[in-house]
Design a protein around this ligand. Structure first.
Ligand SMILES: [Zn+2]
Length: 46
């Protein structure tokens, strides 16, 4: 599956490309938004 490597993971809903935005540097909180379906999620490791 060739394609632009803009994000390390695909959308969990449709498999489309995700765009990530750092919300909180200290807590490493990142928001992921799908470019195809608009599915949004946040990741907060730890
Ligand atoms: Zn999607």
């Amino acid at each position: 599956m060739p394609g632009p490597r803009r994000s390390p993971r695909p959308c969990p809903a449709c498999g489309g490309p995700l765009r990530f935005e750092v919300l909180d540097d200290e807590r490493f909180l990142v928001a992921w938004t799908c470019l195809d379906c608009g599915h949004a999620s946040t990741t907060e490791p730890g």
